[in-house]
Design a protein around this ligand. Sequence first.
Ligand code: AP5
Length: 188
Amino acid sequence: MRVLLIGAPGSGKGTQGARIAERYRIPHISSGQLLRDHVRHGSELGRAVEPHLARGDLVPDDVILSMITEELAGAADGYVLDGFPRNVAQAEAAEKTAELNDRLDAVLFLDLPPGEVFDRLAERARQSDRPDDQEQATIQHRLRVYEDRTHPLLDHYRQRGLLVPIDANGSVDEVAARIAVVLDRYQR
Ligand code: AP5
């Protein structure tokens, strides 16, 4: 099974990505988590992307494409990919790249109203040490970047017949159950 998760910051991509990975026994590949791991380990890539993450800006497309291509090379039996692509240019580049050009089963859009998104991120900020969760201005900036850069991807995948909107309101279990209704159809 090959699934992409798209949604605003805080819409539940990481949470539901983990649930999908567990249910269908496929790797959960989170572009944001991979980048944060690089920053934590102080790798060259981590040092290069740290300022982008801290500001809530997207990291350069070439950096993310080479990182994700490498990850997907080890996920031949399927994956749930959370956070990539993040803009139309990344999606188009992925379609031209052998490792990323496998047939997708579905692109799940976790649809959550902006107020709820903001509440979830504000709640996480109380416990998290993620630099991009600390300042309200940075959270607002991430939401703007999502609207400007990532939201147009919905049309890209809608036109390809892959987009499946999921109501991301409700408990983690309720959202996971809605996703399972969709993905059980694609189980191979
Ligand atoms: P990324 O890690 O992808 O961050 P994000 O999109 O801002 O998303 P979050 O991780 O904040 O939220 P989420 O949707 O995963 O929700 P979660 O499950 O955590 O990216 C970080 C940065 O990396 C980007 O800003 C950019 O710099 C860079 N980056 C990443 N990919 C890139 C790319 N392709 N190109 C360029 N740059 C890239 O849930 C949020 C909170 O809500 C949690 O506390 C959770 O416990 C809670 N929660 C979840 N579900 C529910 C529920 N149903 N009810 C109540 N609470 C819930």
